[in-house]
Design a protein around this ligand. Sequence first.
Ligand code: WTA
Length: 657
Amino acid sequence: MSEETPTSETLANLLKENRRFEPPAELAADANVKADAYDEAASDREAFWAKAADRLTWDTKWDKVLDDSKPPFFKWFTGGKLNAAYNCVDRHVENGKGDKVAIHWVGEPEDDTRDLTYADLKREVSKAANALASLGVATGDRVAIYMPMIPEAVIAMLACARIGAPHTVVFGGFSADSLASRLDDCNAKVVVTSDGGYRRGSPAALKPAVDEALTKTDVVEKVLVVRRTGQDVEWNDDKDVWWHDVVDSASEDHTPEAFDAEHPLYVMYTSGTTGKPKGILHTTGGYLTQASYTHWSVFDLKDDDVYWCTADIGWVTGHSYIVYGPLANGVTQVLYEGTPDSPERGRWWKIVQEHKVSIFYTAPTAIRSFMKQGPDVPGRFDMSSLRILGSVGEPINPEAYVWYRHVIGGDRTPVVDTWWQTETGAMMISPLPGVTAGKPGSAMKALPGIDADVVDDEGNSVPNGSGGYLVVSSPWPSMLRTIWGDDDRYVDTYWSRFKAKGFYFAGDGAKKDTDGDIWVLGRVDDVMNVSGHRLSTTEIESALVSHPCVAEAAVVGATDADTGQAVVAYVILREGVDQGEHIEKDLSDHVRKEIGPIAKPRSIMIVPELPKTRSGKIMRRLLRDVAEKRDIGDTTTLADSSIMELISAGQATSTED
Ligand code: WTA
């Protein structure tokens, strides 16, 4: 982000969103959380979080809600003891909910399904905990989980939590090298994996990547392998153990031990500005408190809801909003193994219809890809069970928000745009569906008990109508505790930018609109400076996506001799639209109309696909390389590496008039 603050004229141009969606009256009347929660939390934050922590079952009550004696190494609920797996599983069985379905698992091959009740889950988690212990895993040892979206992935995570062995789940799409570096970094004693999983109709192998990773690191003692696809696997008798051999024969009885509130629960690796991934450490009591509270409040969870979060278990969203938050709340949820379009484009909506999903949580990148296909695909299904829709992972463009609400939600459903990060552990900024009049594209304001702000270079709060850096100004229960094995990097990365103020710097730019509501603009390195005006790639992308011909757009700032940076746009057109001859000129005029002449792209390239990481984030760095006519940098984290060749081979069309 540039050093200067934007002019009010720029911001006025940037913001032209007048649509508002009031909460449905019935939902508002019966909402879990009402407007008074903000005041309650503001008057005594610690008492507010203590009440939220009471949602959990503790073996020993805490002495202190927040220990802030050694910032930024904060501790929550010190002296308290609990077991995360007991909270997610056993206590529901003890409360008479043993027969309630915890997981409706849907395999990718049709009719390959499995339902697990809370009683089933208790049995399976206990057996897996006993099996891990028999393989030598002790409290404090790390276990890596490298699996497809099958129930055993959730069972393995909970089994680790049950014995106090922090897990590190590595996304199944990562390469053997990435897996090896993570195994090494956290010194994982055991890896839990499977022979493979189903992906677009065929079995995709996983174990070979583990085998290869184990040639690059020698920290791993045992590999526990679930048989999912039945495909052939190499077998090393010294290390490899079948899940069905050791788990199926293990005892169903396992007494969960209570661990300290600050006992490590998991390490989740995420990319930073330098090459080496950061192992984000989350602990037990505060994390589970905020994951559970936010899942209950932001989705207004009721006992008969059917919840579905489409994230992969390999990302933080899968941790907080498939495993820990929802299961701590005793939810019934859908877990789906495959891709949205296998065997047909309507697969997700068919699952919504069949399981009568009422709360649905997904990412803007998925929503935009459905927009591209048009409304007919979801239109074939009855989705009247949906009552709340959520979005996470990147800024949602106003057009995508309105499409999501209208086409998927039938105009009944509030859309909650939830801002948070791997580091924050749980949601931080989001509407409350029974309270907030939503604005398409805005995450609105910090949740009760959270202090977030937008500040200038000196860390001073910017006035409404201005932009700056997004910070969290007080500690929160589910915050990261450190970067695994690297306290200095933790302090440097997150706490040094606004050291004097003691703020956590999230790395995102944001603005406050005239009502003080927050619009997250994306990572600060995605913010451009054109002729001294600060422009967000996200805003220009939203403008492009609001054009009827556009399905998806990515914008980068390319170095420009005249203007410092210039806007370069990459655009995917919707299928089957009549784009006309002058599509690039039309789009450029459209951006000029939506935002102002300053945002007009220097060039627009029509492309068949955009370069994305496996988690769906657009890799703007690569697009910047093309825009600046450099050799294309490292493409190893791309989901599909052939895309950059297609894009570089295309013709950039100048739209200068
Ligand atoms: C972005 C995912 C705008 C943001 C939970 C953040 C968002 C990064 C939103 C964290 C949102 C996430 N609106 N931007 N609702 N949610 N982001 O660690 O840039 O994979 O810093 O966590 O995603 O991504 P992460």
